[in-house]
Design a protein around this ligand. Structure first.
Ligand SMILES: [Ca+2]
Length: 695
């Protein structure tokens, strides 16, 4: 069989006959996903773990010993296994882009079940959430995937000021979510978000028992902050736990790129901090395991165990000091290897272990085949055969990748901030890794002889043939070393590439523009009129997107379908006012602080000087003062619309100007004020075809 994992070519129509049950009765699916959970679990041989419930699920299912995520980061991994598409197809390399932006019509795993008569329900984190910031919200959910959703919010949110963190000075996500942080909490399991998720799942199982259903249950732990009630900490006494360290001299044997992502504070952790972090991690795993046990109990209680496929996974693995690394985003086994248990009622192979390398991207095809449903084309391979015959091999390696971003630029949308990628292949025996196509180094590990991956064999002449073979397979699987630089799949073209605005035209006033750190920055000039920097050509029907960060003292705007007065001209709405030659007029999408309440609405600049429609307050709520804001503008025929941070704001019709230039405004200011700045990045445009439907 080809060693490549190109699902599109290997696609096989799933059998329409369920493999394990009477064709008349559809099996339900219970998909349980833990967040940031590695394989330090009892059933995976970890002697310190206390995970009786995951272990009991493994005893009544098939445990995949070599299951790998495709990308060791929440959003890219979840987008991948919940669609069945790989990172390069989705173009999701970070935590801030929703996959529907790139593949708007993709059929997700729950949607496959929805289309076949299943009720699909989610409780907790299935698609990406920022943890803990988004707990209790929809996070980065995909609402079309579910008939119902439940978003519990427990006392862990209210206890946040009690949480210990190694970065107490940090703000926002960096304080808890991205840092080692923990709390031995007061109160009961049931008061915690994950406890409430288990309760909600039990209630849902009762309500859905007549089936068929697809229930997604997403626990937040053991993602940081490691919050669990005190007894779970007591279960893991400090001096009984491993504290992995890399051996002396090891650092010199691996490329710097392998550890480029680590956070500065991780190089300075004391032994005491390490021990407490590991204790808290194990405690929150045991706590999550107990909540999972309550969901399995509810399944038994409702008489659903014999009618329900249960799948348990994590979105990626986790480092606890191995290779002197913490958390995720490395390409080592600890970061890529995930638990995968598939429990199918009545399967004769239950209780067995499958050793063949498999991938989370296989999940969509697998569950569709196990339930006898037609599946859309995915890039995974059905594991149904291995579920029945775990001793067999798929004959395929596992592939994973990670993007390294430039953390020096404070950006929320990191797609254009990707500096280079790491790619890896895992066969039965070896792991081979290339950083930036090998230009930033490579690694080879013999997983049989060296499961902790501490002996990099890539330059060992005895392994030259192995390296050559794996290098070739990796290059075939990942033909684009810099996939983030490929043309945008929906046809967007970059107007501003972060490098230069050389051909752009400045109109109106005298404000200055410059390019710095990948940003286009406009700076006010005292006493100047409104100034606009304009790409060199006109646009008619288009979809325009950009990020903007504007000093709160200033407001700004983006002109579309605009023009300039050729000579001194009376303003149409106020003929006594003469507009001078070179002044810009036309539709302006407002960029303004919340107090002005007009963000995203359209003003007519220098012609009618009026709002095109009664300003919508949606933009005021969506706009974030002093932060990056994502704007989207669609001009199509006589209809003009805008979105601010994904929230629809303006929607009006006018046919005065069907085409014209774009202009990025620096507002005029009085003498004696300023200077103020407005910054843009990731400016991209897609011209629309006649009759194209744009949502
Ligand atoms: Ca995660």
């Amino acid at each position: 069989m080809s060693p490549l994992r190109l699902g599109g070519l290997l696609f096989v129509v799933a059998s329409l006959c369920p493999l394990f049950s009477d064709a008349a009765e559809k099996l339900n699916v219970l998909l349980i996903v833990s967040d940031d959970l590695n394989v330090r679990l009892g059933c995976y041989g970890d002697e310190h773990a206390r995970t009786p419930n995951i272990d009991r699920l493994a005893a009544r299912g098939v445990r995949f010993d070599r299951a790998y995520c495709q990308n060791p980061l929440c959003n890219p991994s979840r987008a991948s296994f919940l669609t069945g598409l790989r990172t390069d197809t989705l173009r999701i390399y970070e935590n801030d882009t929703h996959f529907r932006e790139i593949v708007p019509d993709v059929v997700t795993l729950p949607q496959t079940f929805q289309r076949n008569g299943y009720t699909t329900v989610r409780v907790g984190k299935l698609f990406h959430y920022n943890v803990p910031a988004s707990i209790g919200t929809d996070g980065f959910d995909d609402l079309p995937s579910w008939h119902r959703t439940v978003n519990p919010r427990g006392r862990d949110k209210d206890d946040e000021d009690r949480i210990f963190t190694v970065t107490p000075e940090a703000k926002g996500a960096a304080r808890f979510g991205g840092s080692l942080s923990w709390l031995a909490a007061d109160g009961t399991d049931a008061e915690q978000t994950d406890g409430m998720i288990a309760d909600a799942a039990a209630t849902l199982l009762h309500e859905l028992k007549d089936g068929p259903f697809f229930l997604g249950v997403g626990f937040f732990r053991p993602h940081t902050p490691y919050v669990a009630p005190k007894p779970w900490f007591a279960l893991h006494p400090l001096n009984h736990l491993p504290t992995p360290r890399a051996p002396e001299g090891w650092l010199a044997t691996v490329p710097a790129a392998a550890r480029d992502h680590r956070k500065p504070q991780e190089d300075h952790l004391t032994d005491d901090i390490r021990q407490h972090a590991i204790q808290a991690y194990y405690a929150s795993v045991s706590f999550m395991d107990a909540q999972l046990g309550r969901v399995l109990d509810a399944l038994d209680r409702e008489g659903l165990t014999s009618k329900t496929i249960v799948v348990f996974i994590s979105d990626h693995g986790y480092q606890l000091g191995e290779h002197e690394l913490w958390q995720k985003r490395s390409l080592y086994e600890w970061s890529l290897r995930v638990p995968l248990i598939v429990s199918v009622p009545g399967n004769a192979a239950n209780g067995s272990v499958a050793k063949s390398p498999v991938e989370l991207v296989d999940l969509h095809a697998t569950l569709a085949e196990l339930c006898g449903l037609p599946a859309p084309q995915t890039e995974g391979t059905s594991l149904a055969k291995l579920v029945r015959h775990p001793e067999q091999s798929l004959g395929l390696p596992a592939f994973s990748q990670i993007a390294r971003t430039d953390n020096a630029i404070p950006r929320e949308r990191k797609m254009d901030q990707v500096v280079y990628h790491g790619h890896t292949i895992r066969t039965d025996r070896y792991r081979y890794i290339e950083w930036d196509g090998g230009e930033k180094g490579a690694e080879l590990y013999d997983e049989l002889a060296d499961p902790e991956e501490l002996k990099n064999l890539v330059n060992d002449p005895a392994h030259a043939a192995t390296v050559a073979m794996l290098k070739q397979q990796l290059a075939k699987q990942f033909p684009h070393r810099r996939p983030h630089q490929l043309p945008h799949p929906r046809g967007f073209v970059k107007l501003f590439d972060g490098q230069s605005v050389e051909n752009w035209i400045r109109r109106g006033g005298t404000a200055a523009y410059r390019v710095e750190n990948g940003l286009l920055i406009g700076r006010t000039a005292e006493g100047s009129k409104n100034t606009f920097l304009c790409p060199p050509r006109d646009y008619g029907d288009f979809e325009l997107e950009f990020d903007v960060l504007c000093d709160p003292e200033l407001n700004s705007g983006v002109q579309i379908r605009s023009h300039e007065y050729a000579e001194d001209t009376p303003q149409p709405s106020m003929p006594k006012r003469i507009r001078s030659a070179g002044e810009v007029y036309g539709y302006q999408c407002e960029i303004a602080d919340r107090s002005k309440g007009t963000a995203g609405n359209f003003w007519d600049e220098a012609r009618w000087t009026k709002w095109w429609a009664e300003p919508s307050v949606a933009g005021k709520d969506a706009y974030r003062d002093g932060e990056w804001n994502r704007y989207r503008i669609v001009a199509q025929g006589d209809r003009i619309r805008s979105w601010v941070n994904g929230v629809p704001v303006a929607d009006f019709r006018d046919s005065l100007d069907a085409s014209g230039f774009l202009g990025f405004q620096v507002h005029g200011i009085k003498a004696g004020t300023g200077p103020y700045e407005v910054r843009w990045r990731d400016i991209r445009i897609r011209e629309l075809k006649p009759g194209e439907v744009v949502r």
